[in-house]
Design a protein around this ligand. Structure first.
Ligand SMILES: Nc1ncnc2c1ncn2[C@@H]1O[C@H](COP(=O)(O)OP(=O)(O)OP(=O)(O)O)[C@@H](O)[C@H]1O
Length: 227
């Protein structure tokens, strides 16, 4: 589904160069839920940004279903909108929009009709247990509810791949468990591939596989979780 080889990324900080990724390879299979783990600064966000087609300024190659990742902003934006979904640590919902409008937004970007938008957004919000909160704005929802809206938004256009950056890090353990179960159940039901950067042992333990980054390289050592 996804393959990437010899991915390298440097950041320039004044006259210094920081190597964030030193040549990473990997393959992610359709429908897999993969945890991207590693200590702070190991390169997880950098790799997520590349796999999420948000950063096109890197060395190496990446393919989605055999097609090379776009290197131009316009093409990357189009492919991202149609084929990818995103879940962030701090939910990143649009504050002036209701839960329904937030979830319908990717469908608007992909030019779905009003009727289909309504059907799909309502269905998706019901799947995450928020059918009674369609007209609520994010400020009236708890963190866990906001993250459920964000998951509905990430999945509503049936993307091939969902990129999640620390999806449980801002949540209490009860909400985190709910979010993990929703991602797992819907991911399997919809056949969606997930790549999830996480420090959360509960999240990582529910994934099919781990990719461990250490100092910008993939490590084969088992992670020792402290929790
Ligand atoms: N915009 C930037 N400019 C300069 N250096 C950066 C930039 N972004 C990341 N880095 C550096 O690149 C390395 C990898 O950072 P990255 O954010 O990918 O790690 P991470 O594993 O996601 O960390 P965390 O778990 O703390 O989010 C670190 O040394 C970091 O300081």
């Amino acid at each position: 589904m996804l393959s990437f080889s010899d991915i390298k990324k440097d950041y320039r900080l004044g006259s210094q160069t920081v190597q964030a990724l030193g040549g990473v390879n990997g393959e992610i299979h359709p429908g897999e839920m993969v945890a991207l783990c590693g200590p702070s600064g190991s390169g997880k966000s950098t790799l997520l940004n590349i796999l999420g087609m948000l950063d096109m300024n890197y060395q190496g190659s990446a393919f989605i279903d055999g097609t090379p990742f776009p290197r131009k902003v316009k093409e990357a934006t189009a492919l991202r909108r149609s084929s990818l979904g995103f879940v962030f640590q701090r939910f990143n919902l649009i504050p002036v929009m209701t839960a329904f409008e937030n979830v319908a937004y990717p469908l608007t970007l992909n030019k779905f009709s009003t009727k289909v938008k309504k059907e799909k957004a309502e269905q998706m919000l019901a799947k995450v247990g928020l059918e009674d909160f369609l007209q609520y704005r994010p400020e009236r929802l708890s963190g866990g509810q906001q993250q459920r809206v964000a998951i509905a938004r990430a999945l509503v256009h049936q993307p091939r791949l969902v990129i999640a950056d620390e999806p449980t890090a801002s949540l209490d353990s009860h909400s985190a468990n709910t979010i993990i179960q929703i991602m797992k159940t819907l991911g399997h039901e919809m056949g969606t591939t997930f790549v999830i950067a996480t420090h959360d042992p509960r999240m990582a333990s529910q994934c099919d596989r781990h990719i461990n980054l250490v100092d910008g390289l993939i490590s084969t050592e088992e992670i020792q979780w402290n929790a």
